[in-house]
Design a binder for this molecule. Structure first.
Ligand SMILES: *Cc1c(COP(=O)(O)O)cnc(C)c1O
Length: 388
């Protein structure tokens, strides 16, 4: 038997902070607890039928059984352009400004490999999607965490970043509507971000995975709607959350053609693109009538209202989400996020996510995901009365 040794980049991965909670979840399930799992960032609603039907048809075509093109079928990239034009009034060139992705996580995971040399800094919002710091580390870069604080409406305070860090930074990740805080971006912030990126020559990677999950008619904007955005960066997008297609693995990156080219270079050397039948179904997805998305949003809005009303009555502190399917809730004083999640699990049979799992600045919060039915969420608000 050889001695199998993990590479340093694996050994040095940040600790997996959900291990304790995972164990408790397994124990609860083994005991037969009727668990209400509000920890999952994955829609429980199925993919709309017309999209599944399109895959069925496309899967039968032999020409789709061969390797796809690396950058995505031109027809898929064109559908992305049409969607951006219709939704955001942003014009894109399908040949140079669009790249298909095997889910946006794939693109986010790979992009530092294209632009980060050893010792370069990547600015990473925290709490945030764990892939941002990990992809940075895998590329030999140094993540610099910018805390997302409530007093700044969970926007990164770019002015707080030390001058030497700004000078060493090559790339910044941003994500609005935001997971896990559910905050939305605003015009002032995006304009400041573009100016900042220009001044310090930093590539902006905006993760817009939740742009279509919004409430009360507050439609989030695309980063690319702002003047000069295309000069400094790209936007990652995904069909996962918008069309309940997390299992399908399809997304895209759009924007600055040099950044798209760099990411494409990495991808041509590592993967062979998205199954064409899925791209064809993706085209159908992107042409989904608004009425269908309105229905999905109404489902989440109903759940949000039930959970937020329940939490409010119980005295929890949080901001009502304008977008995303998360509610970011302050932890009671006597607990940290992990012990509070443990208490809720033990006493109520409800699972949520400790904020610390999204980075140290997430401590003091827990995240509820609206990925269970209204009835179950209602039941959760009833059970939560036990811990007050
Ligand atoms: C869910 C999610 C994504 C999307 O991931 P896919 O790989 O496209 O399924 C990207 N960013 C954030 C912050 C997410 O929560």
């Amino acid at each position: 038997m050889i001695e199998v040794r993990l590479a340093d980049r694996v050994k040095n991965l940040p600790p997996y902070l959900f291990a304790t909670i995972d164990k408790m979840k397994q124990e609860a399930l083994a005991k037969g607890v009727d668990l209400i799992d509000l920890s999952i960032g994955d829609p429980d609603i199925p993919t709309p039928q017309h999209i599944v039907g399109a895959l069925n048809k496309s899967a039968l075509k032999p020409e789709n059984h061969r390797y796809p093109s690396y950058e995505g079928m031109l027809s898929y990239r064109q559908a992305v352009c049409d969607w951006y034009k219709k939704r955001f009034n942003v014009f894109l060139d399908p040949k140079t400004e669009v790249l298909s992705l095997i889910g946006s996580k794939e693109g986010i995971g790979h992009i530092p490999l294209a632009f980060i040399n050893s010792g370069d800094v990547v600015l990473v919002p925290s709490p945030g999607y764990p892939v941002y710091p990990v992809s940075t580390l895998f590329a030999g870069g140094e993540p610099y965490l910018i805390p997302l604080l409530e007093q700044n409406n969970f926007l990164p305070d770019l002015k707080s970043i030390p001058e030497d860090i700004k000078k060493r930074a090559k790339l910044i990740f941003v994500n609005y509507p935001n997971n896990p805080t559910s905050a939305n971006g605003n015009d002032d912030f995006f304009k400041e971000l573009i100016e900042f990126a220009h001044r310090y020559n930093i590539i902006v990677c905006h993760d817009a995975a939740y742009s279509e999950i919004y409430y009360d008619g507050n439609r989030p904007k695309s980063f690319l709607q702002y003047e000069g955005a295309k000069d400094v960066g790209i936007e990652f997008h995904s069909l996962s959350k918008t069309y309940n297609m997390t299992g399908w693995r399809i997304g895209f990156a759009v924007g600055n053609k040099d950044v798209i080219f760099g990411l494409g270079k990495i991808k041509t050397n590592l993967d062979s693109g998205v199954f064409q039948a899925i791209q064809e179904a993706g085209i159908v997805a992107l042409n989904t009538p608004d009425s269908e998305l309105v229905k999905i949003r109404e489902i989440y809005q109903d759940r949000r209202d039930i959970l937020c009303e329940g939490l409010k009555k119980l005295g929890f502190q949080f901001t009502i989400p304008e977008a995303t399917f998360y509610v970011w809730v302050k932890v009671s004083k006597d607990y940290d996020s992990t012990s509070f999640v443990a208490k809720i699990l033990e006493q109520c049979g409800i699972l949520c996510t400790p904020g610390i799992g999204f980075g140290a600045p997430g401590e003091g919060y827990i995240r509820f995901a609206l990925t269970q039915s209204s009835e179950r969420i209602k039941e959760a608000t009833e059970r939560l009365k036990k811990i007050i």
